[in-house]
Design a protein around this ligand. Structure first.
Ligand code: ADP
Length: 330
C-alpha cells in the first residue's frame, strides 16, 4: 500500500477506464476519466441518462457490479491510492472516509430501525471506543445540524415517520456521521418535491463547506448544478467532454453538447427533469461512432469531427473535448 502523499486535493481520478466484458467483447463504460476535487469543493457531474455519471461514483467507491472492472487508471483519496485495495479495506473506507447519498433515502436507511439506532451504530462503527451515550449525543447534534426539529425526540423515530425531505436530511446526517473526506451524492434531490430540492442542496452545500468535505454531486439537472456546484464535469457516452468552473461552463460553454444542455434549462420557473431538447440519442456503448462521440447529434460537426476523436484540451478556466472550441475549423 502506498503511503499518503501530502496534497491539497481530496479526490484525484486519473485516466479511469471501466470495462464490462461480455460474450460479444468488451463494453467501455468509462473511458479515460480524469478529475480532481479539493476539500470543501463541490464538483457537479452532469449528462444524460447512461452517460456514466453513476458509474464514476461507483468506481470511486469500489462498488462496480461484476463483471465490471477498473481496466485502467487510478483513484487517489488524499494522495493515497484506493482503487487497488482489497474489498475489506475498501469497506473500511466507505462510510468512514467516503460517505454516500443516493436518490432514494430508503437505500441508505433501514426501515426496521430508528434513525437514532442507525446513526449511533454508524458513528460507533467508525469511531470505535466512543460510548453509546456519547454517540447518541453526537447523533442528536448531527440531526440538529441537518435541520431536524426536536432532534432529541425525533432520534427515536423510524424512517417512515419522516417526510421525504426530512428523510434525506437524515441521510445527509448519516453520510456526515463519520466525518468523511468525500461525499458521493447521486441524484440526491431527484425524488423530492421541487420546493424541497433547493433546501436539501443548500444544506448539503453549507455543511460540506463548513466541514471541508469534498462532494461529487451526480445529477441530470443543470439547475441543481447551477445552485450547488463550484465546478462542473459534463459526461457523454462514458467520456468527460467538458469540465470547468460553474460560472464559466454555464455562461460560456465550450462544447456543443454542453450548449445543448444549457438550452434545456428554462430561463425561469419550472425546471426540466430530462435533458431531451438535444435531437437524437446518446450512442449505445457497443455502437460508439468514429471521431467525436457527439458528432452524429452535433449541429456544427465537420469532416474532422467524424474522423478524429478530440482530446480534452484547456479552454481558459476549464477544458473541453471539441475541435471547434476555440473557433477552430472541423
Ligand atoms: P448515468 O448515471 O449517467 O445515467 P450510468 O453510469 O448508470 O449512467 O451508466 C453508464 C453506462 O454503463 C450505461 O451505458 C449503462 O448501460 C452501462 N452499464 C451500467 N451497468 C452495466 C452493467 N452491469 N453491464 C454493462 N453495462 C452497464
Amino acid at each position: 500500500m502506498l503511503d499518503a502523499v501530502a496534497t491539497d486535493t481530496c479526490l484525484e481520478v486519473r485516466n479511469l477506464t471501466v470495462e464490462f466484458p461480455n460474450r460479444h467483447g468488451t463494453l467501455t463504460a468509462l473511458n479515460d476519466i480524469s478529475l480532481e476535487i479539493r476539500p470543501g469543493e463541490i464538483l457537479g457531474m452532469v449528462g444524460e441518462s447512461g452517460a456514466g455519471k453513476s458509474m464514476t461514483g461507483l468506481a470511486i467507491q469500489g462498488l462496480l457490479e461484476r463483471p465490471g472492472r477498473i481496466a485502467g487508471g487510478e483513484v487517489l483519496l488524499s494522495g493515497r491510492r484506493i482503487d487497488n485495495l482489497s474489498d475489506r479495506a475498501m469497506e473500511q473506507i466507505r462510510g468512514r472516509e467516503i460517505g454516500a447519498i443516493f436518490q432514494d433515502p430508503l437505500t441508505s436507511l433501514n426501515p426496521l430501525f430508528t434513525v437514532g439506532g442507525q446513526l449511533v451504530e454508524t458513528i460507533r462503527q467508525h469511531m470505535p471506543g466512543m460510548s453509546k451515550a456519547a454517540a447518541r449525543e453526537r447523533a442528536i447534534g448531527l440531526l440538529k445540524e441537518v435541520g431536524i426539529p426536536a432532534p432529541s425526540e425525533r432520534i427515536d423515530h423510524y424512517p417512515h415517520q419522516f417526510s421525504g425531505g426530512m428523510r434525506q436530511r437524515v441521510v445527509i446526517a448519516l453520510a456526515l456521521s463519520a466525518n468523511p473526506k468525500l461525499i458521493i451524492a447521486d441524484e440526491p434531490t431527484t425524488a423530492l418535491d421541487v420546493s424541497i430540492q433547493a433546501q436539501i442542496t443548500g444544506l448539503l452545500r453549507r455543511l460540506c463547506k463548513e466541514h471541508g468535505t469534498a462532494v461529487l454531486l451526480v445529477t441530470h439537472d443543470m439547475g441543481v448544478i447551477a445552485e450547488t456546484a463550484d465546478r462542473v464535469a459534463v459526461m457523454y457516452a462514458g467520456r468527460l467532454i467538458e469540465i470547468g468552473p460553474v460560472e464559466t461552463v454555464l455562461k460560456t460553454p465550450s462544447h456543443p453538447y454542453t450548449k445543448g444542455l444549457m438550452a434545456s434549462i428554462p430561463a425561469l420557473g419550472a425546471r426540466v427533469q430530462h435533458l431531451h431538447q438535444i435531437d437524437g440519442a446518446m450512442p449505445r456503448l457497443n455502437a460508439i461512432p468514429e471521431g467525436c462521440t457527439f458528432n452524429p447529434r452535433c449541429p456544427m460537426a465537420g469532416p474532422r469531427c467524424r474522423r478524429e476523436r478530440p482530446a480534452l484540451v484547456p479552454t481558459g478556466a476549464g477544458a473541453a473535448a471539441c475541435w471547434l472550441h476555440d473557433g477552430g475549423v472541423a
